[in-house]
Design a protein around this ligand. Sequence first.
Ligand SMILES: *Cc1c(COP(=O)(O)O)cnc(C)c1O
Length: 434
Amino acid sequence: MTMQQYLPTTDIEALYKAKEMLFLNADAAPCSVALPTLPFGMPEILDAAERLKRFDPFIKRVFPETNESGGIIESPLIETPRLLDALVQNSQAQLSQNIHARLFVKMDADLPIAGSVKARGGIYEVLKHTESLALRHGLIKDLSDYEKLGDKSEFFSKYAIHVGSTGNLGLSIGIMSSMIGYRVTVHMSCDAKQWKKDLLRKKGVTVIEYASDYQAAVRRGREMASADETSHFIDDENSLDLFMGYAVATLRLKNQLDVLNISVDAAHPLFVYLPCGVGGAPGGITFGLKQVFGDNVHCFFIEPVNAPCMLTAFVKGECVPVSEIGLSGVTEADGLAVSCASNLVYSAMKQLMDGEFTVQDSRLIPRIRLLHETEGLFIEPSAASAICGFEGMLSPAGQQYMRKAGVERDSTHILWATGGRLVPEDERRLLLGV
Ligand SMILES: *Cc1c(COP(=O)(O)O)cnc(C)c1O
């Protein structure tokens, strides 16, 4: 397959013109400087990991698809040598001669229950809320009581959950909350795909559709939830729980790399490419990666050229809607269709995110198809943006970063494939062109 080469510029003007660019974060600081400035750290990640572990028997019981993993919601790390070959050839980079790069896909597209990265943060927050309600009402006295929470739908039906979503967060929160018994309402922005709304309604979730964008849907959800004290609002723009739920992924990734005998150190840097919407998923994962691998991991976010809300925050020094710099916020990558970044995440990322690539929508379908043709894996448009991140690193601008950072050596690259499993068959065929 021949694809148009991806050649981002480092000229900041490109942001305003909705052109593809590589942004290098001049404020990125060594972990020894950046991490101590944050109001949270490794103890919070470990606390989240422990909480998830307490719920393993419950998850295993109510979602039989997690039987094999013992109730752990995790995705495989898959090496993709044929994709690597195709991308290197297409880029005309001389990579193969002087560097040894290995390319992997972190297949969150196949995460159980929600089929996207939201199965991490979203489900974690619902479980944390459930635990605190259950503790408060004496439903949990010891560890064996967690599994029994599967029989308490009558109790939880007295409580409501609200969430604003462009689609996938709604799927994750909706599926989990309705399984526990909550009354759950998903406030969907205009970007949400029809099949996502249909699927939720089938599961008994109340879906309210808005003609407006994500911010407006979130605002309405917050209002409705605050009017009712039995309601919990899952605040994608400000939730530390979501953030920590995402961060847990990195402890497990470390284990997966260990099993594969892949070391991460100064001579073997790790590069991770993370599709970014409001910022929670890529931010939580970057926070965790820096805790686990320190300065030997390089974290790059990817956003659509018309909805680069995190990049806008970096350039403006505050979270403002992309409309303020004349961009539409509209993109086919529905998971990334966010016009204003999370303040919490932006603050945490100021010195941690290494850089970002922006991509045009027209690149996404060819990458979905390339991954499918070379490796037989299916991912959705938002996730396919990660592939462009790696291509960007092969471009002259990216190669310059690698040289400057002194990392032109044996490197490992991970594309965080953030979603896809729940995409219905007919939609899948359209995306794959088959
Ligand atoms: C939500 C989502 C993202 C980005 O996560 P944020 O927390 O919004 O930054 C990326 N890819 C997919 C498929 C998503 O659903």
